[in-house]
Design a protein around this ligand. Structure first.
Ligand code: EPZ
Length: 429
């Protein structure tokens, strides 16, 4: 059993360096399949979702040269299969990007339905709509997605009924090598959508409008490697450390981030009473008093990100007043509030709304990580609670946060990572 133990309370102080963006990397890795030849990627986060993607690409025939923990050269010229196994694709959500990428190369693609955080229903109807608009036939059967095409995909107009990061990304991946022009409307505008488009354009694609709600793609015949590409910093990891700094009344400089991407979080933390200093690629967060109450409604970018919702709930749990969170993206993203209640938080969550009445302090408890971001929120709660908090099911956290224990330790937290199985193994040795 792996767990993280946090002894609180503490005040975080110092500097933390943000890793590459998980949600950009999980789109760019499958995008390398569209390129004939080698792809040199830098600032790739060393997290389990990425390692799972390396495994999938190698299972398809890719050759990967691991230059360092965060730098790889991927050669997909010998990729000879378009069937990715359940064992590999079921570990995380973003494996479904293989559909868009492989349809650009193969006539038939088979991917198991993806796994990922349990946030309620996670439909893929808009992804399927995009592929069918481009001329593919898609069938979902026996837990697999079967996509096929008789000829090269053909550019078309795609209107997404829902603003969907995944569907926007999959549509871009499928349309990049299609024959003719594609217009995708009602697109997601997240930074990771833009990073994917920038990566593909750096390899010779013709994608305009990423970051707006309309993306225009002129299909090209091939993509070839140009220079290396560096993944953008992780908006949500940066936001997580900003909230941890504020929640612990600390003083932290978050380095290697893009302040523009963090504006919705910055403005809320200022409302809560934090002082924020922005640099070109850094943000300093200082908090000296108990946070003031505020309210949030999660929205697609540039609105407040749903992936920061659990972390902000911890800040509200100890605020001076009552805050409200409305979760408008996912149908069940408040499961973690039961864990915070074990620590003394006063939260009533029903449907898409949570009302959080600030309490003076939280107390240690064994808590469970319901999903990736809820797990990070449990760590933040442990940093501010009195006593030793044990965070379980941390495989979720390790999917999306590189060296989270070491990074918090460097900021002065009394935190450690325990792997009972490894300890047991040592004892038996
Ligand atoms: C991406 O998930 C992120 N994951 C999620 O982050 C994030 O919460 C989400 O975008 C919203 O920002 C990755 O990028 C790997 P969506 P995705 O399609 O693409 C509905 C994390 O913590 N929808 O934008 O799966 C859907 O039900 C993870 O890093 C359809 O109805 O999310 C939801 O209500 C957790 N039909 C809304 O759209 C579809 O075909 C937004 O979902 C697709 C989505």
């Amino acid at each position: 059993m792996k767990k993280i133990i946090v002894n609180g309370p503490c005040k975080l102080k110092g500097e933390v360096i943000i890793s590459g963006a998980k949600n950009a990397a999980v789109a760019i890795l499958p995008a390398t399949l569209l390129i004939n030849g080698k792809c040199h990627l830098e600032n790739v986060p060393n997290i389990s979702d990425i390692r799972a993607y390396y495994e999938i690409l190698e299972s398809l025939g890719a050759k990967i040269d691991y230059i360092s923990d965060n730098e790889v050269i991927i050669d997909n010229s010998n990729v000879n299969s378009a069937i990715a196994s359940y064992e590999l694709t079921s570990k995380f959500r973003a494996s479904y990007y293989l559909l868009g990428a492989l349809l650009g190369k193969f006539d038939k693609v088979q991917i198991s339905l993806p796994g990922g955080c349990n946030l309620g229903a996670r439909p893929i109807d808009q992804h399927i709509k995009a592929f069918e608009k481009l001329g593919a036939t898609v069938e979902v059967k026996n837990g697999n997605v079967y996509a096929s095409r008789t000829n090269r995909l053909k550019g078309n107009n795609i209107f997404l009924d829902v603003v969907s990061v995944g569907a926007t990304i999959n549509a871009i991946l499928a349309a990049t090598l299609a024959d003719g022009n594609t217009i995708i409307e009602n697109c997601a505008k997240e930074p990771h959508v833009v990073d994917l488009a920038n990566f593909l354009n750096s390899m010779g694609a013709n994608i305009k409008g990423a970051g707006t709600d309309t993306i225009k793609i002129t299909g090209v015949d091939t993509l070839t490697q140009k220079s290396s590409y560096s993944i953008i910093p992780d908006q949500i990891e940066a936001g997580t450390f900003m909230v941890a700094a504020a929640a612990t009344c600390g003083d932290v400089v978050i380095k290697n981030c893009i302040p523009k991407h963090l504006e919705p979080i910055t403005s809320k933390l200022i409302e809560a009473g934090a002082s924020i200093e922005e640099g070109n690629s850094s943000i300093r967060v200082k908090m000296s008093d108990r946070p003031k109450a505020f309210s949030i409604k999660t929205m697609p970018y540039p609105g407040f990100p749903t992936d920061m919702q659990p972390q902000m709930c911890v800040l509200l749990a100890i605020c001076n007043g009552t805050g409200i969170i409305v979760e408008s993206i996912w149908e069940s993203r408040f499961q973690y509030t039961d864990e915070l209640a074990k620590m003394g938080a006063d939260i009533s969550a029903h449907g898409s709304t949570a009302i959080i009445k600030g309490v003076d302090k939280l107390y240690n408890a064994p808590v469970y990580s319901h999903d990736l971001r809820a797990g990070a929120a449990m760590v933040i709660a442990g940093l501010i609670a009195e006593g030793k908090t044990e965070v379980y099911n941390i495989e979720h956290i390790l999917r999306g946060y590189e060296n989270i224990v070491e990074k918090f330790k460097k900021l002065g937290a009394n935190i450690e990572y325990i792997d009972d199985e490894a300890l047991q193994g040592d004892k038996n040795a």
